[in-house]
Design a protein around this ligand. Structure first.
Ligand SMILES: [Zn+2]
Length: 77
């Protein structure tokens, strides 16, 4: 379930993330995680949801999210 819109989607349509020491990362296999759906990635209010979960400010949340999304796309050679 997406943390922002609370839509239930198949896992392959969701991005699994987690927050470690106030940093948003892709899920590392251990610890608490949360999901975001593709349609929420472009939602401007998403950063507020992330900020609340990670207890950080929305601007850093958006920055970290962008890095994760960009890295994910460029990982294929
Ligand atoms: Zn969503």
């Amino acid at each position: 379930m997406c943390i922002h819109c609370r839509q239930r989607e198949p896992q392959e349509k969701l991005i699994r993330l987690q927050c470690i020491e106030k940093k948003i990362t892709r899920y590392q296999g251990v610890g608490r995680s949360f999901y975001i759906c593709n349609s929420c990635l472009d939602n401007k209010k998403l950063q507020k949801s992330l900020a609340r979960i990670c207890k950080i400010d929305p601007i850093s949340a958006l920055k970290m999210l962008k890095e994760i999304v960009d890295n994910g796309q460029s990982s294929n050679p």
